[in-house]
Design a protein around this ligand. Structure first.
Ligand SMILES: Cc1cc2nc3c(=O)[nH]c(=O)nc-3n(C[C@H](O)[C@H](O)[C@H](O)COP(=O)(O)OP(=O)(O)OC[C@H]3O[C@@H](n4cnc5c(N)ncnc54)[C@H](O)[C@@H]3O)c2cc1C
Length: 396
């Protein structure tokens, strides 16, 4: 029986541990903290809980959010009802639930830090403060701040976003998303059980500047951060060229979740990709039985979602910094969501994770005429427009 060491017990590591232990492998999972409140919004989309229904069907506390407000400079705000709710967990609760599942499946959990990883023959020696553990195969799930230099994604400058915020007392039913001028990122307010997580993520701007932007936003809304717990962390946000050379696997190891850079470069969504990659890595190891598992994993990732995230990295700069009809794209997005039911349906699918980036351009173009028509109708251009500037779509 293979001995598999899982380094890191966040969602990516816990799922891999559960799958491998359930299939009869000897699995030891090492995490310096085990369940903890990792800085995170804790939001899971329909894409995640429809593929992993246990995320929905369990007694762990969570919030279902069915409404979001999107705001952007000079576009005001728009409310979007979510047909497929967003699920929000505290990360302590989510991590604990996933680790308990791994333990129930037979994985051995060790609360310790892995301080070094050394290749010994065809296996591995893992150094921990308590001694050395041996393994035949390693799954690297140590997150965005992976301290193990020889395994996992090599993040270059430009491949990360800063993300920080406050846990604030308060109650709110909806999610707020605020786009800001000249920022490749956004502010969010996520309602959680008993408090709000208010944060900002951004690329290419120092954390101190992001924090100022966030505090200004909170001040303008009368939200105090005095006595609120502050959090900050790194989010992988790979540039397109980094996707091409992304080091996700090597001889005797595979990296999953943030340690493999598997985060949506536009939204910062990482939980689904952590869970999915942990699942795919376990599947690759079980199917290939060791030899060739790394190449198999790379292929599975590519086929499943890595190509989509790579496309996301191409779109990101244009999305946050580009213009459409002379206006900033996030602002146009808010305006179109407000005025066009067709466009609003696309936004619904993007939020739910039902609309990948692959195919998005085509769908937007197919709906452009109809969306513009709806927008102009709602602005009262009914008499002027049909048949002139924009043709009335055929299915009207
Ligand atoms: C502020 C913020 C908000 C976010 N909001 C969302 C959101 O709402 N929705 C979403 O989908 N994604 C969100 N993300 C992204 C999401 O948090 C990550 O993508 C996700 O946690 C990745 O899971 P993981 O298991 O790969 O890594 P992690 O959750 O980071 O887990 C890594 C684990 O490894 C352990 N570890 C690290 N080094 C060692 C070591 N040497 N030895 C032993 N253990 C070690 C750590 O203790 C940790 O438990 C957010 C990220 C940030 C920073």
């Amino acid at each position: 029986m293979k001995r598999v060491a899982i380094l890191g017990g966040g969602p990516a590591g816990a799922i891999a541990a559960e799958q491998l232990a359930a299939a009869g492998m000897r699995v030891a999972l090492f995490d310096e903290k085990l369940a903890w409140e990792k800085p995170c919004g804790g939001g899971l989309t329909y894409k995640a809980y429809s593929q992993y229904p246990f995320l929905l069907d369990n007694p762990t506390p969570k919030r279902f959010v069915t409404e979001t407000t999107l705001s952007a400079p000079r576009a005001g705000e728009v409310n979007l009802k979510l047909d497929e709710p967003l699920l929000i967990y505290s990360r302590f609760d989510l991590n604990r639930m996933l680790l308990e599942r791994a333990e129930r499946a037979g994985a051995q959990l060790e609360k310790t830090r892995v301080t070094g990883l050394e290749r010994r023959g065809s296996g591995w020696a893992l150094k921990t403060p308590g001694g050395v553990a041996e393994a035949d195969f390693c799954i690297v799930a140590t997150g965005a701040r992976n301290p193990l230099r020889d395994v996992g994604t090599q993040l270059k400058p430009g491949d990360t976003m800063s993300a920080l915020g406050y846990y604030v007392q308060g109650v709110q039913e909806r999610i707020d998303i605020q786009f800001l001028p000249k920022l490749e990122g956004y502010i969010w307010i996520f309602p959680r059980c008993g408090h709000l997580s208010i944060g900002i993520c951004g690329k290419g701007e120092p954390a101190s500047a992001l924090r100022k932007r966030l505090e200004l936003y909170m001040m303008e809304r009368g939200i105090s951060w005095k006595d609120a717990a502050f959090y900050s962390h790194l989010l992988p946000s790979l540039e397109t060229r980094s996707w091409k050379s992304n080091r996700v696997a090597g001889e005797g190891w595979m990296a999953v979740g943030d340690a493999a850079g598997l985060v949506d470069p536009i939204t910062g969504e990482g939980l689904y990709y952590a869970i999915r990659s942990g699942d795919l890595a376990a599947g690759a190891l079980l199917e290939a039985g060791g030899a060739g598992a790394e190449a198999h994993y790379r292929r599975l990732l590519r086929r499943d979602f890595a190509a989509d995230l790579e496309l996301g990295s191409r779109i990101a700069k244009r999305f946050f910094g580009g213009k459409f009809l002379l206006g900033a794209i996030p602002s146009r997005m808010v305006q179109f969501t407000r005025r066009s039911p067709r466009f609003s349906a696309i936004m619904q699918d993007l939020f739910a994770g039902k609309q990948p980036y692959l195919g998005l351009k085509r769908r937007l173009l197919q709906n452009l005429n109809g969306s513009l028509y709806e927008m102009l109708m709602s602005l009262g251009f009914a008499k002027v427009v049909p048949g002139r500037l924009f043709a009335k779509p055929e299915n009207y």
